[in-house]
Design a protein around this ligand. Sequence first.
Ligand SMILES: [Zn+2]
Length: 171
Amino acid sequence: MHLTDEQLNEYLDEAVNERAQIEVHLSACGECAARLSTLRKLFNEMESLPELALTRDLAAPFMRSSGLPAQLPAWLPLTMALQAAAALIVFIAAAPFVIRLIPDIETPSLSTVLIQFQTQWTAWLDRLSQFHMPSLPAFSLELSGLYLMSALAVVSMLWLVGNGLLLRNQW
Ligand SMILES: [Zn+2]
């Protein structure tokens, strides 16, 4: 009578009482010995499986990060270069209009605008000292288009310079 799979499993687990009996049969029966060695191989594979999975998990971030630089330069600098080029084109195209527009608004009223701003500022400070917070939106509404335009220009320039620095760092 051959050994059962259960007996072989228990023998491999070393959780068996009739150990000597099984060993006697294994030494006499090549079939059961072969089954045992197959089972043992399976056990070893199962034991090494979590280890393999773990090393793969640990290696994964490194594999991912090493794969990134090869992918990035293909599209990111191109997008940034196109952005910078588009911004430059817009600036060059808009320059004549901006130059023509600015003297009309700015030259006659620069001092007036400054005075107006100062007045608004002191008025706002007065209101702030009196804790009249609802007057704040009124102040921002009274800002002239010139302020908005110059703020926009500054932001655009900063964006362009930032993009340029990014491009230089990438290449
Ligand atoms: Zn047998």
